[in-house]
Design a protein. Structure first.
Length: 181
């Protein structure tokens, strides 16, 4: 069954960790998405790898065998918002790690303008100021489903739910010039 103190590892480190091009691209993604460490990036890469492996195995199956499994995989990816509604199995192989990182709660909070930076978005989530449908979510790595995206807001009991809170005013004044240009 396994030791509950030692959960199963959900990431895979790179095979060649000291390649300069890989290090540079990883560092760029860490800053762009406000990730805490490379393990968060590796977790997204591992998820992408599993999704693509599933798609490759489905493509190798006969059409009558793969229909149900293909529908499940495409349905899950469409619900998560990683694929568009008209996508087919071949489109799964075109998914990048950025597509997965864009669906993280931390990124969506930043993109919606609830925080100035991805790092501030992370802090607001961890401190319990962000809610999805009125329920607080404390995990910045939570993958937001497409139908939950409109429900992301400040938590009702958070001081930030007040529109006159100093932090909200500073966010609005920072983002206002960008919206005008």
């Amino acid at each position: 069954m396994g030791d509950p103190k030692k959960p199963k590892k959900k990431w895979e480190s790179p095979r060649h960790p000291w390649r300069s091009d890989v290090l540079r691209s990883e560092l760029l993604l860490l800053g762009q998405y406000g990730l805490r460490n490379k393990r968060e990036l590796w977790r997204a890469k591992a998820m992408l790898s599993k999704i693509r492996a599933m798609a490759r195995s489905l493509l190798s199956m006969p059409v009558e065998k793969r229909a149900e499994l293909e529908a499940k995989l495409l349905g899950k990816l469409k619900r998560l918002g990683i694929l568009s509604e008209g996508a087919v199995l071949d489109n799964v192989l075109d998914i990048t790690v950025e597509n997965i990182l864009e669906r993280r709660l931390q990124t969506i909070v930043f993109r919606k303008g609830l925080a100035k930076t991805p790092y501030q978005a992370r802090q607001l989530i961890v401190h319990g100021h962000i809610a999805i449908g009125g329920k607080r979510v404390y995990s910045p790595g939570y993958l937001v489903k497409r139908d939950e995206e409109e429900e992301i807001m400040y938590a009702p009991t958070s001081p930030l739910s007040n529109p006159n809170h100093p932090l909200r005013l500073s966010i609005e004044t920072t983002l206002a010039p960008e919206a005008k240009s």
